[in-house]
Design a protein around this ligand. Structure first.
Ligand code: ZN
Length: 361
């Protein structure tokens, strides 16, 4: 048993016996999830994580290797992971464990775990870039940055040892930008063949990584770096929440309704602590606004709030303001021409039907 395994065991025992509450362990098809009793996790999230692992395994080309152990909640992260991180992956003997404190961290770590189950881990920048790109799925927050804030290309980032990598501001975003661009430029299959090459095993000599790059992509690191610098997008998107199935064109009067119930797999997804308690939220609907409009949003529900915010990837110029309506308290606001996200959020214990009405004035 290594140091991580001992601290994990201590965390499991401490949180299971401290106040009489037990960690619950929930098994899905691909995951065995230990949940801290103070960290609510709605049923919809569990099914999403299971689908995430299947989706990620397909993308990485590495099939699940047994059921993955997941420890969900802050106490696990405190016990298992480096200070200040939101999650991590560890191998205990033949078992791969993931600890994470929220959905964003967990899906990121599932990418590392998919690879770690096969003992493939390459240079840190490549692993973190892969995790940031492959974790993206409908409903996860989108993030973006500008080219000027990127640290540098593969020639600077890939050779960095872990400590040096983590010391660089924006190293994650820059690494994700490189991987996302590589997939566009060389194709998903070619890039995965490269990152799954035996030469990218942990502690491989960097020369072996360069040989694999030449073998699969037919380029030197310097050539790759030059091409990335020339072609990299100004904006790096991650996790577009809007798909064709969830996006609607603005109409004069629109209504969206659903049922909020943390125990119901169909209706609610993530539960998170937003400062005044744990909330869960509905799946996001997206509304395309083609010209500036004044909107009135009203909510009919037993509690909770309806929220609208720009989906930041296509507002020009980017805007961030968030509009919130409580039951019986409509809100009017100017909506810039871009795609907006709309969702319902309420305390996890609230069970209610809800309807949001949107009127273009
Ligand atoms: Zn990571």
């Amino acid at each position: 048993m290594n140091v991580h395994a001992r601290t994990l065991a201590a965390a499991l025992i401490a949180s299971g016996c401290g106040d009489g509450e037990q960690n619950s362990v929930i098994e899905t098809e691909y995951l065995s999830i230990s949940v801290d009793p103070d960290t609510p996790l709605c049923r919809g999230s569990l099914l999403d994580y299971d689908q995430d692992f299947e989706r990620i395994s397909t993308l990485t080309g590495l099939p699940p290797n047994g059921r993955l152990e997941v420890a969900y909640g802050q106490p696990f992260v405190d016990a298992m992971c480096p200070d200040g991180s939101g999650g991590c992956v560890s191998n205990f003997g033949a078992e791969t464990w993931v600890a994470a404190d929220d959905t964003e961290s967990l899906v990121h770590e599932l990418v590392h775990a998919s690879r770690r189950q096969h003992f493939l881990l390459g240079p840190r920048s490549i692993e973190e870039g892969l995790a940031n790109v492959l974790r993206a799925r409908e409903g996860l927050p989108s993030r973006f940055t500008f080219q000027s804030t990127l640290y540098g290309g593969p020639a600077q980032l890939w050779p960095l040892q872990p400590d040096a990598f983590y010391a660089v501001d924006s190293s994650y975003v820059s690494s994700g930008s490189i991987i996302r661009w590589m997939v566009q430029a060389y194709g998903q299959e070619t890039v995965m063949d490269f990152v799954n090459d035996d030469a990218l095993l942990r502690d491989a000599e960097f020369d072996e990584v360069l040989s694999a790059l030449d073998r699969h992509l037919g380029v030197s690191l310097e050539a790759l770096d030059t091409r990335w610098t020339d072609e990299v997008d100004l904006v790096y998107n991650l996790g577009d929440p809007c798909t064709a199935a969830t996006t609607f064109d603005l109409d004069e009067v629109m209504a969206f309704s659903d049922r909020h119930d943390c125990d119901n797999a169909e209706d609610t997804i993530d539960a998170r602590d937003i400062g005044d308690g744990w909330q869960s939220q509905s799946r996001v609907r997206c509304i395309r606004v083609t010209e500036p409009r004044v909107l009135r949003m009203s909510l009919d529900a037993l509690g909770g709030t309806a929220i609208m915010a720009p989906a930041s990837h296509d507002c020009e110029p980017p805007t961030w303001h968030k509009e919130v309506a409580a039951p019986g308290e409509p809100v009017e606001f100017e909506a810039a021409p871009c795609t907006w996200r709309l969702w319902f959020a309420a305390p996890v214990e609230t069970v209610t039907d809800w309807q949001v009405e949107l009127i273009a004035l």
